[in-house]
Design a protein around this ligand. Sequence first.
Ligand code: NAD
Ligand code: UDX
Length: 473
Amino acid sequence: MISNICCIGAGFVGGPTMAVIADRCPSVKVTVVDINSERINAWNNSDLSKLPVYEPGLDQVIERARNRNLFFSIDVKSAIASADMVFISVNTPTKTQGLGAGKASDLRWVEACARQVASFAKGHTIVVEKSTLPVRTAEVIQNILKAAQDASKNKTSSSTFSVLSNPEFLAEGTAVKDLEAPDRVLIGGDNKDAIESLVSIYRNWVPENKILRTNIWSSELAKLTANAFLAQRISSINSIGALCEATGADIREVARAIGTDSRIGSKFLEAGPGFGGSCFKKDILNLVYLSRYFGLPEVADFWEEVVKLNTWHQQRISSIIVKKLFGTLSGKRIAILGFAFKANTNDTRESSAIQIGKDLLDEGANLAIHDPKVDPNQIEKDLGLQQVNKDEFERISNNNYGSWSFFNEASKACSSADAVLILTEWYQYSQINWDEIALEMRKPAWVFDARSIVDSDKVVNAGLNFWRVGDGA
Ligand code: NAD
Ligand code: UDX
């Protein structure tokens, strides 16, 4: 019987996942710990609009469970010591230097967690890999824990461990929904009792037929494979979108036609500005690295193309904008609507807006950026360029170049702009009154809809030029 859970890592996965576990298992104490005290303070903020992660419905879950059986703390040591199950939910970014740089996962945070668990755990502890990890990482964790186990054999209170893999499939923006009604829960391991202990947690709200038990390596590899397949669909549809633009076809019609084939299915066929988010690129590159490592270069090349196509597609959008605006953006004002990598999240990691924004700045554009949830300080970090204040921005627009400023209202961002570029599918952008916006834009003016969410007739009737992704009409 599990009564005390510790989760190391209070990020986009650890926070929402543990909140839902605590909400659904009121008799289990759940403590989420992190070395980042600012993040922990934000999780403990009584103002629920200031939680560090924006997810629809998350505030209500937190309100029900926090300080009842859900706790956020920086006291890693005591949370591990009192836990009978420890989830590792720390970041696993791509390595930036050394062996495998640019592709392999950087496991330094996972290794640090394993060492912390080895040092502080008491009695028997089930260690659960929640982070997305290269296949066979459990071996590394097991080795570290075994060394601790051997070292503690002669002591009075020796500690023992079982390691499980339980990858997370939530998508940002729908995290609470995905956690409350998952397509499946995947648990990999070789210790039956440990597996059933974790199953008993999920069984509080997940039907038995949605809980899959596999060996530990299949579980680790299934997570990378799921993300690779999803990302592959986006590169596939975006590649055909480019062909649509060249041939007069329309990607929405093509997607509908192929998506009704039950073998293909209709999801993940929306052409856009390219996939972003913290997972797809990093997990595919990791798969590429592993394939090469295990002597399978053809497999590696196959998956690498998915990432290459995505980068090419982002650059393609930037160059379309340059061409349509007479080959130069120097001194021109472009309103960027949406900076998050998808709607309903404040996350900008790997957002296409970063690459496209940088390309446009390089071309000398002045970017008026709006996003309903992203913090301008984050945009500053992402673009590697300080924003200029609003007054200066209005002054320099049209006679200087390569700057950006944040606007709290989309309509103000569009004022005096030569073009509006929609990069995130926030619902509010589909409701824009183009007649009003058109009055304030500099003519000839363009709307570039990289998410295909606006009514093209309304844009054209307002006297604006219109381009949207994958539309060859
Ligand atoms: P994140 O960067 O938002 O959060 C990770 C947290 O771990 C950070 O707050 C960091 O301070 C903390 N941390 C790192 N080392 C620590 C240590 N030794 N002790 C205590 N805290 C420590 O990352 P995330 O988006 O939550 O992703 C976590 C993992 O889940 C990754 O492996 C990711 O691939 C995977 N994943 C992410 C998503 C997603 O949508 N973001 C979905 C599924 C899986
Ligand atoms: C993804 C996986 O979906 C999830 O299962 C995994 O746990 C983490 O990685 P996430 O990155 O949060 O989730 O969002 P997702 O909805 O998959 O979108 C990823 C990117 O693809 C976004 O930039 C999104 O806009 C884009 N996308 C998605 C498209 O361009 N077209 C689509 O049809 C779907």
